[in-house]
Design a protein around this ligand. Sequence first.
Ligand code: GLN
Length: 286
Amino acid sequence: MKLHTKMMALLVAGAMVFATGCSSSSTESTTEETTTTEESTESTEGTEATEEGTETSAATLEEGKLLMSTNATFPPYEYYDGDTIVGIDAEIAAALAEKMGVELEIADMEFESALAAVQTGQSDMVMAGVTVTEDRLENMDFTESYATGVQVVIVPEDSDITTIDDLEGKLIGVQQGTTGDIYCSDTPENGGYGEENVQKFGSGPLAVEALKNGQVDCVVIDNEPAKSYVEANEGLKILDTEFAVEDYAIGVAKGNTALLDELNAALDELEADGTLQAIVDKYIHE
Ligand code: GLN
């Protein structure tokens, strides 16, 4: 079964997050020299040497700041309310920055660019409902998971697609570079549907627009954004069958163990004092 294979793979990836979190100091030496950017090495050294006695981040690119890259088309995790980016990730990031005594700055860009930004030293962390996958773990480190995502299938209400098995031979819309894209574009032998059956869009809303216009037969995307897209657009529904279950975590530059540790410590505190749950409850009402 496709679904089960994927879920197993993701569970493995999930387990690896925690393993990475626990053993980061021992893996650091093997991974650091390969991908750590000059900037992040520099800023780590720079802030270690800081004479300020106040609590500042030890490992961010700009002292006193926490730069977050995201893709703000992904409600309820990140989206615009007027000119402001709000949502679960934005609020958790603000709470993390407060705990760390730094100022949060959010940069909005395409999803793939948001991932790349941490690897090229342009942002300290990516928070964009990012799923932990084995491939991504090769290029970046992840904090503990702070949320669960589920890949689901959106179809027109009158669609003849009723289960995942009906997707074969259909044109599937996805958001470029997301796990929905990666799974669906994979070969049938690997549980996918093949590149030729997948149409990639720059954002979830654009994929949904194409579905409404009949340019694609369905959209595979994360469940919470899917719910808000379906709410905002008449005539669409989400299939009951789940495509894959995933862990969301914060991505940082590979080898930036100091920042990873700080984020994990702050996440633990936010979990223990109920802040994380309160933020989720504000945006997700089951
Ligand atoms: N969770 C998906 C991924 O990590 C989609 C994230 C997004 O579109 N913001 O690929």
